[in-house]
Design a protein around this ligand. Structure first.
Ligand SMILES: Cc1cc2nc3c(=O)[nH]c(=O)nc-3n(C[C@H](O)[C@H](O)[C@H](O)COP(=O)(O)OP(=O)(O)OC[C@H]3O[C@@H](n4cnc5c(N)ncnc54)[C@H](O)[C@@H]3O)c2cc1C
Length: 246
């Protein structure tokens, strides 16, 4: 595991996805250290003096490929005081500090894997999905739930990988039904469902649910509900990995 480093970064671009959800493209002063898909960084808005303490910060999954070490990205949704500060203060051209890499939420794809992602929880999986090769021999199932279709991030990457790999399947769960905006039809990959992402909603889509490792990322309530229901289905605790965000 690479030793964490602290780097100053220029904010290159900010994409506003609506509903206080943003992607931030960073340009670090030098390439970030090697990291693994699923790892995260600490970001602080305050200037950091290397002879002093690290300022208040929050952690964000690195939402870009480990191959792009000079262009790391994060995506965040405004939840509390600090992310509200990010929304107010971050503009293209601002400077931030990051330290990385951290975390062990790293998918071992030797098994069948299911990846339930709620909202910006998708960021924990996108580097892994982006890095999937066209040939692998296990099943990978992404179940991605959002409030509305505009908040489905990385649809181009997910659709390209679902089209190129027979073993990679993805389903979107959108709380509000707006098929016009989603532009999808049943039978296309990824398929759209209306309603909450739940274990009942995905169970029948899993190829071999008892022989699957579950990696769950998203809001605490979703993690708690899915974990509890998986245990009720006799999935052993060591087959359930969570990226607990709080
Ligand atoms: C592994 C991991 C990956 C994450 N990835 C993402 C991501 O990709 N996108 C995303 O939107 N969110 C992500 N989060 C959540 C994110 O880090 C924030 O916690 C979340 O957005 C809460 O919003 P806030 O910080 O504005 O809330 P706040 O209300 O400001 O704080 C929320 C929590 O932060 C902690 N906190 C409070 N004060 C301090 C302080 N002075 N110093 C340090 N911590 C403090 C407390 O636990 C508090 O409950 C991730 C969290 C984890 C643990």
């Amino acid at each position: 595991m690479a030793t964490p480093q602290k780097l100053r970064c220029l904010v290159n671009k900010i994409t506003d996805h609506g509903d206080h959800v943003y992607t931030v493209d960073l340009a670090p002063e030098r390439p970030v250290p090697r990291f693994k898909p699923g790892q995260f960084l600490h970001l602080t808005l305050d200037d950091y003096d290397p002879s002093g303490f690290w300022p208040e910060s929050r952690v964000f999954s690195i939402a870009s490929s480990p191959a792009q070490r000079d262009h790391p990205k994060i995506a965040y949704s405004v939840k509390g005081r600090y992310t509200a500060r990010m929304e107010n203060e971050l503009t293209p051209g601002s400077m931030v500090w990051v330290k990385l890499p951290y975390g062990d939420f790293v998918i071992q794809d030797a098994n069948n894997v299911a990846l339930p992602a709620g909202g910006t929880g998708i960021t924990a999986f996108i580097a892994f999905i982006d890095g999937l090769s066209n040939e692998f021999h296990n099943n990978i199932f992404l179940a991605y739930g959002v409030r509305k279709p505009e908040l489905l991030l990385y649809r181009d990457i997910i659709a390209a990988k679902a089209g190129a790999n027979n073993g990679f399947h993805a389903s979107y769960f959108v709380e509000t039904d707006d098929k016009n905006k989603s532009g999808s039809t049943k039978g296309q990959a990824p398929e759209f469902f209306t309603g909450f992402l739940s274990l009942d909603a995905i169970w029948n889509q899993l190829k071999n649910p008892q022989e699957t490792t579950y990696y769950i990322a998203g809001p605490p309530a979703m993690i708690q509900a899915l974990t509890g229901n998986l245990l009720k289905k006799n999935i052993s605790p060591e087959m359930i990995k969570v990226d607990a965000w709080e």
